[in-house]
Design a protein around this ligand. Structure first.
Ligand code: 6PG
Length: 256
């Protein structure tokens, strides 16, 4: 089976701009094919630069904002306004007026956070899955939503979404989504809500964003053919539908 497309950009800004261009292309193609663009975004610190690049006038004018619905691959089980929420960078960069006063191009109703006000994780998970079905997102026979594009960041331990090494969510046949206990080995130490890896392998396209020297060791392990998915779950995205955007620093020790 052929593998992913791997692009090595100059630096983190280069990764953000290339990612923004790829999001726009995927959006235009999805709208042309189905009239709507279901984008599943990532958490962590990496997407903020991507969101800023999408607001640049030359890009913002090409993005099909009105037909775009934004979902989250995972989130921390905290209120939306919490700084640890994976929604807060999006709220700040895409749902607020830009620095030059331009109003947000995105309707708040087009953003679908995980329901972190739910009493517990099972309630939040079933509510989110019901919201996806209610929004008409197609699903695989296994029950995974088929997103037009899934964005993932890569953790220093080789995780993606909130599927950490050793997690049952990294196994074949895993639940579609579940609550994840607060990780001890990696920040932030808060409980999560997350899809399992089927949301990545079932997507029409995947974009992995991994800039910076801090990702180099994890990437070397992920791209090492002897590494198992259970030990580096992001390896599940080494698939033909995926594009990996790295920079010189993060690609420094990739196996040849
Ligand atoms: C989360 C994320 C997680 C993230 C990676 C990379 O909720 O933390 O979804 O999977 O993408 O940990 O994080 P950075 O972008 O901050 O390096």
């Amino acid at each position: 089976m052929s593998g992913p497309t791997v692009r090595i950009l100059r630096d983190a800004q280069g990764v953000a701009e290339a990612a923004a261009d790829q999001v726009i292309e995927a959006g235009i193609a999805a709208v042309a094919a189905r009239g709507v663009f279901h984008l599943c975004t990532t958490g962590g610190s990496t997407p903020a630069a991507l969101y800023r690049a999408l607001r640049e006038p030359s890009r913002a004018s090409r993005m099909p904002w009105a037909q775009t619905q934004i979902w989250f691959g995972d989130d921390r089980f905290v209120p939306r306004a919490d700084a640890l929420s994976n929604v807060s960078p999006l709220d700040a960069q895409l749902l607020s007026p830009s620095a030059d006063g331009a109003s947000s191009p995105l309707s708040p109703s087009a953003v679908h956070p995980w329901p972190t006000t739910a009493a517990d994780a099972p309630t939040a998970v079933s509510a989110y899955l019901a919201e996806l079905r209610g929004a008409g997102v197609p699903h695989t026979p296994r029950g995974f939503p088929i997103f037009d594009l899934v964005l993932i960041g890569i953790g220093g331990d080789g995780h993606c979404l909130s599927v950490f090494p050793g997690s049952t969510l990294a196994l074949e046949g895993a639940l579609v989504a579940a609550g994840v206990p607060a990780p001890i080995h990696i920040e932030p130490h808060v409980p999560r809500l997350s899809f399992s890896l089927g949301a990545i392998t079932g997507a029409r396209a995947v974009l992995a964003l991994a800039p910076g020297a801090g990702k180099a060791e994890a990437l070397a392990r992920i791209f090492n053919s002897t590494t198992a998915v259970i030990d580096a779950p992001a390896k599940a995205a080494l698939i033909p539908t995926a594009t990996w955007l790295l920079d010189a620093a993060s690609a420094a020790i990739l196996p040849s």
